[in-house]
Design a protein around this ligand. Structure first.
Ligand code: TRP
Length: 454
C-alpha cells in the first residue's frame, strides 16, 4: 500500500482554510493569552519579547514548515512518519515517541488551566464576581480558586470530558468548523479589547514595557522565550506533524505556515497590549504570575457598560481557544495508537484521555497545602504544576525541535524537501540552512548557557 492510498478523502481537511484554522486553533490558546503576558511580566518585558519574536521567525517558523512537511509527505502520525521516512530506524521512532509522551504531560496541566477558564465562564454566567474595582478582591477570588482542590479537580474533569468527546468523534470536519468560527470571533473580540486598552492611562507605560529594553533578561529568560516559542506554535511534539498529515498534495506548506505563525504572534502581542495597560492603570504588578489574566480582565471589563456580557464573551472564547489547542494535544497520542498499533479511535482516545486525566491530578492539587503543592515547593522550589510546565516547555519541546530539524535537514532527500518547499531557490536555501545548522546549534547553545555550562 502506498502512502497516499492509506488516507481517503474523509481523512483530509475539507479546505486549505480549514487546515489553517485548525492549526491556528491549535497554536492560539492559553499559551498566548494566559501564559505569554505573565511570563513577559516576570521576565521584565521588552528584551524578552524581542528574543521571543526572533525565536518565532528563525526557529519556530522553519520548524513548523519542517513538521508539517514530514506529516504531509508521510501521511502518518508522528512515530509512523519517522519510521516510514527513515527505513524503520529505531532511533527516529524513539524521537517520535518522546513527542507523544510530551503531549501527555502538557495536556495534563493544560487542562487544569483550561478548567480555570471554565470556572470564570461559569462565574460570568452566574454573576459571581466581586462588586467594585478593588484589585485585591479579584486577586483573592483567583487565589481561592487556585488553592481549591475540589474546584480544580471538578473543572479539570469537565474540560477533559469535553475534549475527549470531540476527539472521539474525529477531529476532521467538526474541529475545522469550530476552529474557523472561533478564530474569527476571537480575533474580533481581541481587536475590540485592544482599542479599549489603548484609551487607558497606562497604555504608554505598557508600550514602553513590551517594546522597550529590560534589565531583567538572563540566559534562563532566553531559554524560557525559546521554549515558549515552541509551546505557542504547538511545535516539538508532533501536533503540527499530525495536522499536516491530513493535508492534500496541492496544499502549499510555506504560505499556510506563514499565516499560522502570523495569527499566533498577533494574538500573543495583542494579549500583552490588552493586559498591561490595565495592569499599569490600576497599579498592579506586571510580574503577578499565573493569575494575571484572571485578575485583570474581570477587573477591567466589569467597569464597562454591559461588562458582564463582555466578560462572558471573553471567557467563552478563551475556553474555546483552550479547547481547540487541547484537541490537538490529545489527537497526537490517539493518532499514534490508531496508526501504529491498529487501535480503534474510540479505544485510543478514551485510554489516552483517562491516563492524561489521572496524570493531571497532581497539577490540579498543586495550589494546595499538600505534597504536590507546598510540599514540593519546599523540596524543589516549585510545585508539581510548575515543574511539569518547566520541563515540558523549556526542555522537551526544544529537544523535539532539534529532532525534527535534524530529520528534515539531514535525513530527508533533496527531492523530498525541494518538492514541498516550492520553486523559489533563495527561500529553499535559507530554510534548509536554518533547519540544518542554525536551529540545532542555537537550541543547544541556549540550553548549555541556561544550565550554566557555558
Ligand atoms: N499552542 C497552544 C497554546 O499556545 C498549546 C498547545 C497545543 C501545544 N498543542 C500543542 C503546545 C503542542 C505544545 C505542543 O496554548
Amino acid at each position: 500500500m502506498t502512502n497516499q492510498e492509506n488516507r481517503t478523502a474523509s481523512n483530509h481537511w475539507r479546505s486549505t482554510f480549514g487546515f489553517i484554522a485548525a492549526a491556528a486553533g491549535s497554536a492560539v490558546g492559553l499559551g498566548n493569552i494566559w501564559k505569554f503576558p505573565y511570563i513577559t511580566g516576570q521576565n521584565g518585558g521588552g528584551t524578552f519579547v524581542l528574543f521571543y519574536l526572533l525565536c518565532i521567525v528563525f526557529l519556530g517558523f522553519p520548524i513548523m514548515v519542517a513538521e508539517v512537511m514530514v506529516g504531509k509527505i508521510s501521511q502518518s502520525s508522528p512515530v509512523r512518519a519517522y519510521s516510514r521516512l527513515s527505513n524503520q530506524s529505531r532511533l527516529w521512532q524513539v524521537v517520535g515517541s518522546i513527542g507523544v509522551i510530551t503531549g501527555f504531560v502538557i495536556l495534563s496541566y493544560y487542562s487544569v488551566v483550561a478548567g480555570w477558564t471554565l470556572h470564570y465562564l461559569f462565574l460570568s454566567i452566574t454573576k459571581g464576581f466581586p462588586q467594585g474595582s478593588q484589585p485585591e478582591a479579584y486577586a483573592d477570588l483567583f487565589t481561592s480558586l487556585y488553592q481549591s482542590v475540589r474546584l480544580n479537580i471538578w473543572w479539570h474533569t469537565v474540560f477533559m470530558g469535553i475534549t475527549t468527546v470531540i476527539v472521539l468523534r474525529g477531529v476532521r470536519g467538526g474541529i475545522e468548523r469550530v476552529a474557523e468560527w472561533g478564530m474569527i470571533a476571537l480575533f474580533g473580540l481581541l481587536v475590540g479589547l485592544a482599542i479599549y486598552s489603548s484609551t487607558l492611562p497606562g497604555f504608554p507605560t505598557s508600550l514602553e514595557f513590551v517594546f522597550g529594553q529590560s534589565a531583567k533578561f538572563t540566559w534562563s529568560s532566553a531559554l524560557e522565550a525559546l521554549g515558549h516559542a515552541f509551546f505557542s506554535l504547538s511545535l516539538g511534539m508532533g501536533a503540527m506533524l499530525t495536522y499536516g498529515s491530513y493535508l492534500q498534495r496541492r496544499d502549499n506548506i510555506v504560505t499556510t505556515c506563514t499565516a499560522i505563525a502570523i495569527a499566533d504572534t498577533t494574538v500573543a502581542i495583542g494579549a500583552c497590549l490588552i493586559l498591561f495597560p490595565i495592569t499599569f492603570s490600576v497599579g498592579l504588578e506586571p510580574a503577578a504570575g499565573p493569575g494575571l489574566v484572571f485578575i485583570n480582565i474581570p477587573l477591567a471589563l466589569l467597569q464597562l457598560p454591559f461588562g458582564q456580557i463582555w466578560l462572558l464573551v471573553f471567557f467563552l472564547l478563551l475556553s474555546l481557544a483552550a479547547l481547540t489547542s487541547a484537541i490537538s494535544l490529545l489527537e497526537v497520542p490517539t493518532a499514534f495508537l490508531i496508526d501504529s498499533l491498529g487501535w480503534s479511535r474510540s479505544m485510543a482516545a478514551s485510554c489516552c484521555a483517562a491516563l492524561i486525566y489521572l496524570l493531571g491530578f497532581p497539577s490540579a492539587v498543586s495550589g494546595g497545602e499538600g505534597f504536590w503543592g507546598e510540599g514540593l515547593k519546599q523540596i524543589l522550589g516549585m510545585t508539581w504544576f510548575d515543574t511539569v510546565d518547566y520541563l515540558a516547555s523549556n526542555w522537551l519541546l526544544p529537544l523535539g525541535g532539534i529532532g525534527i530539524s535534524l530529520f528534515v535537514g539531514w535525513r530527508l532527500t533533496y527531492q523530498q524537501r525541494k518538492q514541498e518547499l516550492g520553486s523559489l531557490p533563495w527561500l529553499y536555501s535559507i530554510l534548509v540552512f536554518l533547519i540544518r545548522w542554525l536551529i540545532p546549534v542555537a537550541i543547544v547553545l541556549v540550553m548549555l548557557h541556561a544550565l550554566g555550562v557555558l
